[in-house]
Design a protein around this ligand. Structure first.
Ligand SMILES: Nc1nc2c(c(=O)[nH]1)N[C@H]1C(S)=C(S)[C@@H](COP(=O)(O)O)O[C@H]1N2
Ligand SMILES: [Mo]
Length: 383
């Protein structure tokens, strides 16, 4: 539920590190973060304002935060244990040092909440009304999940890997447990990350270890991982059986789908977003630059096209040279603007031929918003 100003103030009184600037919804509730868009304060759900997206890697101090449950007590490095049990021949409890002694692999990968862009769906759907900023591009490092599982003699033919974080359900809230298909768990890019952008993972982002399932939605990136269990079945809890499911075939906007017509979200769709100029910005006539990022889940971004006339003409943007599966690519497009109003659009095209659609597929939970992005700008005469 969004907080009103009084609730924000009440939160401030109980949190010494908290500060808020009341010009907008920006607030600092987490030490070490720049002011982010506040959706919830306890647990913290914070969105990155698009103006912060000006680099290929998203720094820790601007990365969005999403959690369903209260943050677990800080985990101390020496006390940390990763339990590997279930369908394994040798159940284990690994220390952080043991994880760090395995070969360390680095994978730059987008972290995006399945609900990013939910606020744009019409009719509206319940849930956090994220705009464009529940996403970031981060360099993750740590052992491969497959190497960790090998230590325990895991049954590689088990259908799923159950992943549990240190946070637990409170009252009636279910525990956050996810099941990853074993095929994805054993992929050489799937990591149990112990570092984020070269540093230990910040507490709020999952210290000391979190799962990284590149190209898949953020709900699979389980934070504070304390248990990995190969299993024959997918976990029966809320976060697998109800949440993060998408209609197998499109349904009418505003409609419903029986549970049997929903399936778990896996790889993410193709998408681009404009980060500059901001929507409804006032610009001065002359040369203009449109900037943003594009990503395509498990596919490669091949091309981004820009229109500055509402989609009548499309021209290819310049992409950043880093062409890596799972990471986003930055784009740039230059044009000369006479005074007037411009509707600027961006669309990405990926290696499997997917084109970012004009209309995102409406679904009851508001997942996977990926419609062509759009900002409007007013260009005024040079003074
Ligand atoms: N243990 C745990 N892991 C979690 C979650 C959670 O609530 N608990 N939220 C998931 C969801 S839905 C998302 S989008 C990402 C958000 O990661 P971040 O908070 O580091 O941005 O974490 C995922 N991992
Ligand atoms: Mo999410």
């Amino acid at each position: 539920m969004p907080l009103n100003r009084r609730e924000v103030l009440a939160g401030l009184l109980t949190s010494a590190a908290a500060r808020a600037c009341f010009g907008g919804v920006d607030a600092v509730l987490v030490p070490g973060k720049r002011p982010l868009i506040l959706h919830n304060d306890r647990p913290e759900d914070l969105e990155t304002p698009v103006r912060y997206f000006d680099s290929w890697l998203t720094p820790a101090d601007t990365l969005f935060v999403r959690q369903h449950l209260p943050r677990p007590p800080a985990i101390e490095a020496g006390a940390y244990r990763l339990t590997v049990n279930g369908l394994v021949s040798k159940p284990l409890a690994l220390t952080l040092a043991e994880l760090e002694r395995l070969p360390q692999v680095t994978v730059p990968a987008v972290l995006e909440c399945a609900g990013n862009g939910r606020g744009f769906f019409r009719p509206q759907v319940p849930g956090i009304q994220w705009g464009r900023g529940a996403i970031g591009n981060v360099e993750w490092s740590g052992p491969r999940v497959s190497d960790v599982l090998a230590l325990a003699g895991a049954d590689r033919s088990a259908a799923f890997l159950e992943v549990d974080g240190a946070d637990t359900g409170v009252g009636g809230t279910p525990d956050f447990i996810r099941s990853l298909p074993m095929k994805k768990a054993l992929d050489s890019s799937t990591l149990l990350a112990v570092r984020m952008n070269g540093n230990p993972i910040p507490e709020i982002h999952g210290y000391p270890a979190r799962l990284i399932a590149p190209g898949w939605c953020g709900s699979n990136f389980v934070k504070w991982v304390t248990r990995l269990s190969p299993a024959a079945e997918s976990h029966a809890g809320f976060f697998m059986k109800t949440a993060y499911r998408f209609p197998k075939t499109p349904i009418p906007p505003g409609g419903t789908a029986p549970a049997s017509d929903l399936e778990p979200i896996a790889g993410m769709p193709v998408k681009s977003a404009i980060t500059s100029p901001e929507d409804q910005a006032s610009l001065t006539a002359g040369p203009q630059t449109v900037r943003g990022f594009a990503w395509a889940g498990e596919e490669m971004v091949e091309r981004v096209e820009i229109s500055v006339d509402g989609g009548s003409h499309w021209i290819e943007a310049t992409l950043s040279p880093q062409k890596l599966r799972y990471a986003w690519r930055l784009f740039e497009y230059h044009f000369f603007a006479e005074p007037g109003y411009y509707t600027i659009l961006s669309r990405a095209i990926d290696s499997s031929g997917r084109v970012q659609p004009i209309v995102a597929t409406w679904n009851p939970s508001g997942y996977l918003w990926n419609a062509v992005d759009r900002v409007g700008v007013k260009v005024e005469k040079r003074a």
